[in-house]
Design a binder for this molecule. Sequence first.
Ligand SMILES: *[C@@H]1O[C@H](CO)[C@@H](O)[C@H](O)[C@H]1NC(C)=O
Ligand SMILES: *[C@@H]1O[C@H](CO)[C@@H](O)[C@H](O)[C@H]1NC(C)=O
Ligand SMILES: *[C@@H]1O[C@H](CO)[C@@H](O)[C@H](O)[C@H]1NC(C)=O
Ligand SMILES: *[C@@H]1O[C@H](CO)[C@@H](O)[C@H](O)[C@H]1NC(C)=O
Ligand SMILES: *[C@@H]1O[C@H](CO)[C@@H](O)[C@H](O)[C@H]1NC(C)=O
Ligand SMILES: *[C@@H]1O[C@H](CO)[C@@H](O)[C@H](O)[C@H]1NC(C)=O
Length: 293
Amino acid sequence: MKIRYLNSIIFQTLVLCISVTHAETECDNVQNFVKDFSRNVSVRCDVEDRVLSIAINEGSMSQENLNYILSLENLRSIELESVEINGQLPSNIDTLINLEELNIENCGITGEIPATINNLYNIKYINLSNNHLTGQLPDMSQLNNLIELELPYNEISGEIPETLSALPNLLILSLGNNKLSGNIPSYIGNMKSLEFLSLANNNLSGEIPSTIENLKNLGSIDLSGNQLSGFIGDSLSKLDKVFAIYLQMNNFSGNIPDSLGQLAYLTSLNLSYNNLSGIIPDSLKNLQSLSVL
Ligand SMILES: *[C@@H]1O[C@H](CO)[C@@H](O)[C@H](O)[C@H]1NC(C)=O
Ligand SMILES: *[C@@H]1O[C@H](CO)[C@@H](O)[C@H](O)[C@H]1NC(C)=O
Ligand SMILES: *[C@@H]1O[C@H](CO)[C@@H](O)[C@H](O)[C@H]1NC(C)=O
Ligand SMILES: *[C@@H]1O[C@H](CO)[C@@H](O)[C@H](O)[C@H]1NC(C)=O
Ligand SMILES: *[C@@H]1O[C@H](CO)[C@@H](O)[C@H](O)[C@H]1NC(C)=O
Ligand SMILES: *[C@@H]1O[C@H](CO)[C@@H](O)[C@H](O)[C@H]1NC(C)=O
């Protein structure tokens, strides 16, 4: 009995030693691994030597290397900026169940945003600016913690999906400089927490939906560079907190609404390159930055 008991202690200690050594190597291994790709890397680990965050600025890496990084399942934050990858986001990205920040900017990422992104329940920030992402926006309706969705300067096409309007905490939605088409959907008015909205330089048509007036927290709205038409209407004049409205390079017609002058915080308004008529209302003459023609 006693010998057995002793054996079991020795065995347990051995297992413990092995697992500690093994865990220690994850942090060390990753620290050494990423140094091959860039001179500017930062890897943070927890007390148990699990990798929590990786930041790499400028450099290059292969698809396999990206896949390896995206398989470190304790990661909370990934920041890859100007790292030449020219690969795709793998569909098993949802193994990163703890991920809160996914920032991969200016890295030449191609292909579609994988549908599995909708399983990253803990994610708060997604910034995939300046890549070559194609296809349509996937369903992200399960991302209840998402605060920021930034996808500008890609090649994303299709319409703005209704599933986006289910995100209760979204503050920043930046989809400019893509190939989105169709109308600005009326369900955009459900995104009540939005503070920043850019749909600039896409191929959106139709009118501004009147539901936009429900975005009471909006500070900046940029719809420039589309093919929007119709009257500007009074709905934008109900955005009490708005300080910047960019509607230039569209096909809006009719008069400039007088009611825009009621917006206490408005400092920038650009309406140039449209098909507007009439006079500039006196109510707008005190704006810091007004561009109409
Ligand atoms: C290193 O990268 C960080 C961002 O990850 C950036 O802020 C910093 O300027 C970079 N440093 C150098 C020396 O390039
Ligand atoms: C997202 O990434 C782009 C490109 O690096 C950067 O300019 C932008 O500031 C980032 N957005 C936020 C909110 O940090
Ligand atoms: C833009 O949308 C219109 C329909 O509104 C379509 O006829 C046209 O082909 C689209 N252009 C591009 C570049 O997608
Ligand atoms: C602009 O809108 C007018 C109607 O106000 C329409 O007749 C015209 O075709 C539109 N132009 C473009 C370039 O979309
Ligand atoms: C308004 O938009 C036009 C067209 O993009 C641009 O040329 C002009 O500089 C803008 N005005 C201001 C004050 O930014
Ligand atoms: C400007 O609007 C008028 C009347 O709404 C329309 O007849 C004309 O085609 C429009 N011009 C352009 C360039 O879209």
